[in-house]
Every structure is written in structure tokens, then in C-alpha cells.
Ligand binder design. Structure first.
Ligand code: SAM
Length: 243
């Protein structure tokens, strides 16, 4: 899969892409990410990317021309993208289902805003979608872009070593993840649940499923509407909600 990220802080984005799962996926050729400096697509001597807002008011607005030039160059060098994603607090909330949808596309371009945001004509003419990573305002789109790339990259086949670990992640089956434990079996007076050291795989699977259900019902009951539950689990839930 190909990803192009347009930003005025390419070093910040490169630093975030260099480590861990995404860093290994890049060096292993599983994901092809190019970070572009928006200032390289300006035509003036000072590489200006922002200007005052029409109508007045505080802050600066990112100019449209460098984004149009960057998109044209990317399309020419790397092919027409399948999606051009503008990161904005006004976007559709980014979710695990959204990450699964994006990984199905071959080529993404991510546009990182700064200041008061990007000139509206970029949204109208270039963006195919807008994503928000949460109901808070960050000072730029670089951290949101890194969040989107990380969530998408770990779904690319082969990127996460043990495919099962992606399968069991929170949200993947409509439930939060179950609690995890490692050695030692007892720490600070807290033993690991006995079933996990029993060696009984069927019991362990059941315990984990129940723990995931319990945790989801307690913390994110909204997720249960879309979770794939069997008849026993539906019954357990309805008893739980009545008690
Ligand atoms: N004036 C904008 C507003 O109130 O919606 C906020 C602009 S913010 C200071 C600058 C840039 O950060 C945005 O253009 C966007 O790219 C990025 N950004 C900030 N918070 C974000 C979020 N929750 N999700 C996605 N992008 C965000």
C-alpha cells in the first residue's frame, strides 16, 4: 500500500514513522510511505504556506496553491490516489472500521493542516474525505496523520507478526480487548487468574471472551449493538442489564 503525507513538518512525521511496527513495515517494503514538505510546492522566495483570513479574525489560513501543486506532483509521480484525506476536527470520527476500510485502498494521501486550518477550496476540490481523531483540537494534522497511518499499517497483511493479535484487538470483533498478563504468575500480592495458568485452552478462550464482554458492557455498552454475539451471550447481556 502507498501513503503520501503532506505537511510543513516532515521531520516530525518521519520521526513518528521511523520506529516500531510502522518503521519495520517501511524498511521491509510492506508499506511505501513518502512524506512531502508542503513548502517545496510554493513558488515564492520565502516558501510561504499561509495567509491572513478573508473576513478578518485571528490566526492564519493555509493557502490553497501549494496543496494543489503537491497533489498534482504526487499524482504524476506516484499515480492517482484512491483517497485524499484531510485531517480536521470537523471530520468524520476515525474508527477501527475506518482503518479497515482504508487498508482496502491502494493509495492514500493525507493532508495535514496547521494554524486555523486549510483553505476551504482544498476540501472542496481535492479532499475525498475528512477524518477527525477525536473531539479535541491539536495544533496540527501531523499527529492525526500518524495515528491514521499506524492504525492502517498494522492491518496490512504481514505487518503485525502474529496475525491473531490484530484479530483480537479492541474493536475488531465489536468488543474491547480482554485483560493481558505475563510472568511472574504472582506480583505485588496479585496472582494471575488461575484459568490462564491451567493450560486448558478451551477454558482460557471462554474466560477471555467473557472478560472482553464484561469489560465492553461496563465501559462501552454502545459497542455491543454491532458485536457478533451468540444466543448465550445475548441472554447474559439482557440479564446483566436487568440486574
Ligand atoms: N480551526 C480549526 C477548528 O476549530 O476546527 C482547528 C485548526 S487546528 C489548530 C490545525 C490543524 O490541526 C487542523 O487543520 C487539522 O489538520 C489538525 N487537527 C487538529 N485537531 C484535529 C483532530 N482532532 N483530528 C484531526 N485533525 C486535527
Amino acid at each position: 500500500m502507498k501513503v503520501d503525507i503532506i505537511t510543513i513538518f516532515p521531520r516530525m512525521v518521519e520521526a513518528g514513522l521511523a520506529e516500531g511496527v510502522v518503521g519495520r513495515a517501511r524498511t521491509g517494503g510492506l508499506i511505501d510511505i513518502v512524506v512531502h514538505n508542503l513548502r517545496d510546492f510554493t513558488t515564492d522566495k520565502h516558501h510561504v504556506v499561509d495567509d491572513v483570513p478573508f473576513g478578518g479574525g485571528p490566526g492564519m489560513v493555509m493557502k490553497p496553491e501549494p496543496f494543489f501543486a503537491a497533489l498534482a506532483a504526487i499524482s504524476e509521480r506516484r499515480g492517482t490516489p484512491d483517497a485524499v484525506v484531510m485531517l480536521t476536527p470537523a471530520g468524520v470520527p476515525f474508527t477501527q472500521a475506518g482503518a479497515r476500510r482504508l487498508v482496502g485502498l491502494g493509495h492514500l494521501v493525507l493532508l495535514c493542516g496547521r494554524y486555523e486550518g486549510i483553505d476551504e477550496r482544498v476540501r472542496e476540490a481535492l479532499a475525498t474525505e475528512e477524518l477527525s481523531i477525536g473531539d479535541y483540537v491539536l495544533s496540527g494534522g501531523e499527529i492525526p496523520a500518524l495515528a491514521v497511518v499506524d492504525a492502517v499499517a498494522r492491518l496490512v497483511p504481514g505487518v503485525v507478526g502474529d496475525e491473531q493479535s490484530v484479530d483480537a484487538d479492541s474493536f475488531t470483533r465489536g468488543l474491547l480487548d480482554y485483560p493481558h498478563y505475563t510472568r511472574p504468575a504472582e506480583f505485588a500480592g496479585r496472582p494471575v487468574p488461575g484459568v490462564l495458568v491451567s493450560g486448558h485452552h478451551g477454558e482460557i478462550r471462554r474466560w477471555r471472551r467473557n472478560a472482553a464482554l464484561e469489560r465492553t458492557a461496563e465501559r462501552r455498552p454502545d459497542l455491543l449493538a454491532d458485536a457478533a454475539l451468540d444466543a448465550d451471550e445475548h441472554e447474559w447481556l439482557s440479564k446483566r442489564s436487568k440486574s
